[in-house]
Design a binder for this molecule. Structure first.
Ligand code: GDP
Ligand code: MG
Length: 597
């Protein structure tokens, strides 16, 4: 396959605009899989992903497309995830492409994440080809959406194809146009090998598999390769492409996207963004890599039963084999015992890890309230990064606390502008820019990350009836009047319940927090006092009344099976409870902070 007949592309789309459906159509059209093999949405391979309908891991599919001119083109489609938490994965997938199809739901219009991803594509020099999807819907308004694409993103869209990925209408035309609009890759076919690692993951049978783009030169099976950042060398035991099934080949040439398997121990041996070259004929220097991913949200993960600590460590290690963005290190808590402080990209990432630990690895967990990382300067002039409120140094020794600030780019239809601005103000936002673009408004706000990670996304959706969308990027650390809010249960400070809040919000948050916890902590044999305190000062209090009678007393004697059931139910309910002193605290209470604002 010569360069002129290769096209590398991604699909950029906001969640639910139809990227996966369109990709599946492409595979069908190009006979990538037989109808029987074509289970719905082959590209979203992980279970959780399928249930949640989001694409997490970047994957690729190589397809052979016969165009109207009779020529056969090799199309490498590189999938990208569609949630803000994973936006860094989008840019690395795009870096392997010469073009991108921008899919916009003709009934929904342009949304913030598509805009952000489109700009990334344009910055990387990609040709962007807009397509209007869901044209079969009676609510589709293609003319309005064309104008939005032109006004908001600023690329011509009058000629955009109008398609339905669902019915298949116009899908073949998309591929036909793609081979004409998107340029072929460029590269030095004869030069020394430079292969960009787009993604690496751990496969139970093969070990570490790397998805690569051959930027220059070529790679043959069994050649000796060097990973440039580490200098380690391996034999390229297997190479090939995904169709989407894995297909071994003998060679990958300039411009192609495919996989490489060597005897590499873990994904850190083949880091994403690194360059692979030939040991015998190395290239002069590595390709420009990608920005390193930074976890933004931190939480403690503790096994409900301390016997499961080693299991938890092992499960986290396994998960990390496929997820370089997941960080963890041991920590201990007076209240919860031994566990791990984990770093995540965002709340969705955290929920996915939590779910996978419980579902796939069968570990019962208590997760503490998520927090961001704070930059703390002490009076002595030391600078510490604090990712656990319990570790905040004594207030008297702190000169200042700086919190992470992000820029949020929000797109919202005019009728919801007022409520979105109100929300941003409540979250301590500062407006940077506001621009009317057609029937939508583009809002730029600087917001503290701590206010955004918890529930901003859900709140934004609810105040705008689902119409507002946003994406964000980290800006800087900035001084703020922050205090540590402690929670005391029957007079004892529970370290795992401490949070860091802005002084101005501390009174209300403290009050709401103890009220919420009162609802979440079940009645016990004794009365339970819940207090919120800042330093030595109690600022709020609530009480869970004692239960009085034994629960089984409700079973009025005789009925043994009912009694058994009740006890079983209690036991099941207990699974996610942690005994703190003589009080049982359920998982929900540890996360009560997510429910107050
Ligand atoms: P993704 O999140 O961008 O990958 O979106 P999906 O491909 O998962 O599609 C989201 C939803 O829209 C699914 O329920 C699809 O069946 C539906 N959908 C996708 N394309 C079309 C279309 O052309 N017309 C209609 N009516 N629905 C579509
Ligand atoms: Mg999808």
């Amino acid at each position: 396959m010569d360069l002129q007949h290769i096209r590398n592309f991604s699909i950029i789309a906001h969640i639910d605009h139809g990227k996966s459906t369109l990709a599946d159509r492409f595979i069908q059209l190009c006979d990538g899989l037989s109808a029987r093999e074509m289970n719905t949405q082959v590209l979203d391979s992980m279970d959780i992903e399928r249930e949640r309908g989001i694409t997490i891991k970047a994957q690729s599919v190589t397809l052979n497309f016969t165009a109207k001119n009779g020529e056969i083109y090799q199309l490498n489609f590189i999938d990208t995830p569609g949630h803000v938490d994973f936006s860094y994965e989008v840019s690395r997938s795009l870096a392997a492409c010469e073009g991108a199809i921008l899919v916009v739901d003709a009934a929904q219009g342009v949304e913030a994440q598509s805009v952000a991803n489109c700009y990334t594509a344009i910055e990387l020099g990609l040709e962007v080809m807009p397509v209007l999807n869901k044209i079969d819907l009676p609510s589709a308004e293609p003319e309005k959406v064309i104008k939005e694409i032109e006004d908001i993103i600023g690329i011509p869209a009058e000629q955009a194809l109008r398609i339905s990925a669902k019915t298949g209408l116009g899908v073949a035309e998309v591929l036909e146009e793609l081979v004409h609009v998107i340029p072929p890759p460029e590269g030095d076919v004869e030069g020394p090998l430079q292969a960009l690692i787009i993604d690496s993951w751990f496969d139970n049978y093969l070990g570490v598999v790397s998805l690569v783009k051959i930027v220059n030169g070529s790679l043959r099976k069994k050649q000796k390769i060097t990973i440039m950042s580490t200098g380690n060398s391996f034999i390229a035991e297997r190479i090939g492409i995904f169709t989407p099934k894995r297909l071994d080949t003998l060679e990958l040439k300039t411009g192609q996207v495919g996989f490489v398997v060597g005897a590499i121990k873990d994904i850190f041996g083949a880091p994403v963004g690194d360059t692979i070259t030939l040991t015998g004929n190395p290239c002069a220097k590595a390709l420009p890599g990608f920005q390193k991913v930074q976890p933004r949200v931190f939480a403690g993960l503790y096994p409900v039963s301390s016997d499961d600590y080693e299991d938890l460590r092992e499960s986290l290690s396994k998960l990390r084999l496929n997820d370089a963005a997941l960080q963890f290190e041991p920590e201990s808590s007076q209240a919860l015992g031994f566990g791990f402080r984990c770093g995540f990209l965002g709340m969705l990432h955290m929920e996915i890890i939590q779910e996978r630990l419980e579902r796939e690895y069968d570990v019962n967990l208590i997760t503490t309230a998520p927090t961001v990382i704070y930059e703390v300067e002490t009076n002595k002039g030391d600078v510490l990064y604090v990712d656990n409120p319990a570790n905040l140094p004594d207030i008297g020794s702190i000169k200042m606390i700086r919190e992470p600030i992000i820029q949020a780019n929000i797109l919202v239809p005019q009728e919801y502008l007022g409520s979105v601005i109100t929300l941003c103000i409540a979250k301590r936002g500062v407006q940077v820019n506001m621009q009317y673009l057609g029937s939508q408004v583009s809002l730029h706000y600087e917001l503290p990350l701590s206010e955004v990670v918890l529930d901003f996304f859900d709140r934004l959706k609810s105040v705008s009836r689902g119409y507002a969308s946003f994406e964000y990027e980290f800006k800087r650390f900035e001084e703020a009047a922050l205090v540590k809010l402690d929670v005391l249960i029957n007079g004892d400070r529970v370290d795992a319940l401490s949070i860091i809040v802005h002084r101005d919000l501390s009174q209300t948050r403290g009050r709401e927090l103890v009220e919420k916890m009162k609802e979440l902590i079940p009645r016990q044999m004794y009365e339970v006092a819940i207090q919120a305190a800042i330093g030595g000062k109690i600022i709020a209090r609530s009480t869970v009344k004692s239960m009085g009678k034994n629960v089984t007393a409700k079973c009025y004697g005789g009925d043994i099976s009912r009694k058994k059931k009740l006890l079983e139910k209690q036991k099941a309910g207990k699974k996610r409870m942690k005994q703190v002193g003589n009080i049982e605290i359920p998982q929900e209470a540890f996360l009560a902070v997510l429910q107050v604002n």
